[in-house]
Design a protein around this ligand. Structure first.
Ligand code: ADP
Ligand code: MG
Length: 690
């Protein structure tokens, strides 16, 4: 018989049959390895065993008690049973109630001692526990008296079944999980051994040990990913595209109505240099909102055009496509470039016309939504593709656009500037350019934090802005009037109605949220862009790149619920015209709280880089990883448990190893090499691993 290993299917584990295996599969678990890598999303501390007399309503705790009464089961309705009894310890007694748990209750015996774990409630002056977890005292230690993992579950698969499976897998396999971190690195950074870390991450002995395990596993994930990305990059270096001969962009600069900033010029030069190589460009431009990324992209399109190549610009929404088309076509036509717009909602005949022109090389720059990746769009010579607001697109969409040319140069643009070490992980194998300077003469946006006492005044102030002919955005964190929104949370539809009937009476106020059809969203946005609508109440769907220079107020309800970088993005929607603009952050958090500290950080600076660094310091990179590009291996643990220091160390150790021993030939790196090969499937690429 073959010796079972980590790749053994989980049906090997006792208690996992065909049916359960299917449920596990729904969680993405098919092998023992998958199961061990299915990390808890949280923990429950069940260590405290309290005396009953010391309990109070609201406690979640274990008690060690005898069942002192008969167990009475009633069936008030068909299919509904209630079992009740009393349990006592040396200090007092508590009522225990089970609903519909006949199977479980049948195992209990009067006069025996059990550990019960549950939430303590008070009913008619008596303490009680409903549906507690229990274990006979002599068998305790599995479900009680410990810190227990909480896993994301699926219908039909209980927490107990999952925990038991993990427990069995750990008992049999935790010794055979390969150690991929070289000993020397492990020692240098005080990283725990792999088997220990897996045991402690699932069933921590203490919270301190849990931290030790997390740190090691996060390090491992980031370390392996960093090395893998270096290999991806190496593979990419071997691709062949079209090198441009003439990269002189001075005619483009001369046609601009403004002087490019130093940062813009530097980035355009980086792009020009990339495009002169047969190795296709694969670059991300990070620049704060308003830093002038569009002009940089246009310069790249100009270079492509001068060399007889077509460009494509893909953006996430129709409004944005229209705005880009308007400003770019005006400018590029002066230079003899033919621009066209392609969006899903255009008339079929129009779309057809554009497609024919594009195929026949009668269009130099095609601007559009993801409509431009549909199958029947063809280019004659696509040499450059640009993706704006990259976080809205996946790698697959980018690949679909790229496949319309012969390894075209690729440029992606992001408005969320992040520190370099994190960018290297998030953007994988892309080269990174940064526009770290804003065009001169921008009026800074005044940022105010407003609590309930001043709300009414703030809305009066906004109304005055509307009276003066300006426009305002009001952003709320929730879409529907859900339960949570009761009380202080403002929901979009209701709130828009309320405002238009009160302070904003006589002004056209509309609402916008993600549940509206795209067509309706676009219509609402168009009316706002045209100035027909004065105020728009919205969720964060307006976050992305639209330009309404006449809007002077960005008011954000429950602002403490948003991430700093997100708030900064929202704020970037105003301050785009010549009038003074305001960002009003509504929040009732107390002045000393961490949330207040975050909002203050936003008030003090308008620099997106500083803000994202602050965000990272205060919250860790979890939110950024959340918007990480698809296509790269998923981060299972680093995404929600890491801290920036671990990231920096992992990255620098990976770089050091790669510099010393690029192909990881040292026998000490055998496990590491295999892991990377499995992760990126690099064996087929004919790179240095073979
Ligand atoms: P973003 O980086 O957010 O995409 P845009 O490219 O939309 O920014 O630019 C914002 C505005 O700044 C536009 O109106 C653009 O014309 C203007 N702009 C860009 N670069 C400069 C510059 N160097 N000097 C003055 N205005 C500029
Ligand atoms: Mg932009």
């Amino acid at each position: 018989m073959i010796k079972p290993d980590l790749d053994t299917g989980i049906r090997y584990l006792k208690g996992v049959g065909e049916k359960r295996a299917e449920l596990f599969l729904k969680l993405g678990i098919s092998t023992v390895r998958d199961l061990l890598n299915y990390f808890p999303r949280d923990y429950e501390d069940r260590r405290a065993i309290l005396s009953i007399s010391g309990l109070k309503a609201g406690d979640k705790a274990c008690v060690n008690a005898y069942i002192s009464s008969n167990i009475k089961t009633r069936t008030p309705r068909r299919g509904f049973s209630v079992s009740e009894f009393r349990a006592v310890d040396e200090s007092g007694g508590i009522d225990i109630v089970f609903f519909n748990q006949k199977y479980s209750v049948d195992k209990l015996r009067t006069g025996e001692r059990y550990i019960f774990f549950g939430k303590v409630e008070e009913r008619g002056g008596r303490l009680c526990m409903t549906n507690p977890t229990y274990e006979p005292e002599e068998e305790s230690g599995q479900k009680t008296g410990k810190i227990l993992p909480i896993y994301a579950l699926t219908a039909g698969l209980s927490a107990d079944v999952l925990r038991n499976a993990v427990r069995m897998a750990l008992a049999e396999f935790s010794q055979s999980i390969p150690e991929v971190i070289p000993d020397e690195i492990r020692r240098r950074h005080k990283l725990a051994h792999v088997g220990y870390s897996y045991r402690e991450i699932h069933f921590p002995s203490t919270y301190e040990e849990l931290e030790i395990a997390k740190r090691r596993l996060v390090f491992e994930e980031l370390f392996v990913l960093s090395l893998g990305l270096m290999h991806l990059r190496e593979r990419r270096d071997k691709e062949v595209g079209t090198a441009v001969k003439d990269a002189d962009f001075s005619p483009f600069l001369a046609s601009l109505p403004f002087e490019m900033t130093g940062a813009q010029l530097r980035v355009v030069s980086e792009i020009a240099k990339d495009m002169q190589s047969v190795r296709p460009m694969n670059r991300i431009v990070q620049g704060d909102v308003g830093s002038g990324k569009t002009a940089v992209a246009a310069a790249a399109a100009f270079i492509a055009h001068k060399n007889g190549l077509q460009s494509a610009l893909m953006v996430p929404t129709e409004i944005l496509a229209e705005q880009h088309f308007e400003s770019l076509s005006q400018q590029l036509e002066k230079l003899g470039m033919r621009c066209a717009l392609l969006c899903g909602s255009m008339k079929a005949s129009e779309k057809k016309k554009i497609k024919v022109l594009c195929k026949e090389n009668e269009i130099d720059m095609l601007i559009g939504t993801h409509a431009i990746i549909s199958e029947d769009v063809e280019f004659s010579k696509l040499g450059l593709m640009i993706v704006d607001e990259q976080h809205r697109f996946g790698v697959r969409q980018r690949a679909a656009l790229a496949s319309k040319g012969n390894n075209p140069h690729q440029l992606v643009m992001s408005a969320t500037p992040i520190p370099r070490s994190l960018a290297l992980i998030m953007y994988g194998d892309l080269d990174i350019s940064v526009i770290d300077e804003l065009p001169p003469g921008r009026l800074p946006v005044d940022t105010l934090i407003v609590n309930d006492a001043k709300r009414a005044d703030a809305y009066e102030f906004i109304k005055k802005q509307l009276d003066a002919g300006h426009q305002a955005y009001i952003v709320c964190p929730l879409i529907e009037d859900s339960e949570e929104s009761e009380g202080e949370l403002r929901s979009v539809e209701k709130f828009a109605e309320e405002l238009s009937e009160t302070v904003f009476a006589g002004k056209k106020t509309e609402f916008l949220h993600g549940k509206l059809k795209q067509k309706d969203k676009d219509a609402v946005m168009r009316r706002f862009v045209s100035g027909e609508t004065s105020a728009i109440v919205s969720t964060t769907v307006i976050e992305v790149g639209v330009n309404v220079p006449n809007a002077t107020v960005m008011a954000i309800e429950n602002s403490e619920r948003f991430g700093l970088s997100q708030l900064h993005q929202l704020r970037g929607r105003v301050g785009r015209g010549s009038a003074k603009s305001y960002c009003i952050l509504f929040s009732n958090v107390s002045k000393s709280s961490a949330a207040a500290e975050r909002l203050q950080a936003l008030r003090k600076t308008g620099d997106g880089f500083k803000i994202s660094e602050e965000d990272l310091r205060l919250r860790g990179p979890g939110d950024f990883f959340g918007t990480r590009q698809h296509g790269l291996p998923e981060l299972k643990i680093a995404s929600f448990m890491s801290d920036m220091r671990v990231l920096d160390i992992a990255k620098s150790e990976a770089t050091r190893i790669a510099e010393e021993d690029r192909a990881l030939k040292n026998p000490e790196y055998k496990q590491l090499r295999e892991r990377i090969r499995a992760m990126f499937d690099v064996s087929e690429s004919g790179n240095s691993f073979n």
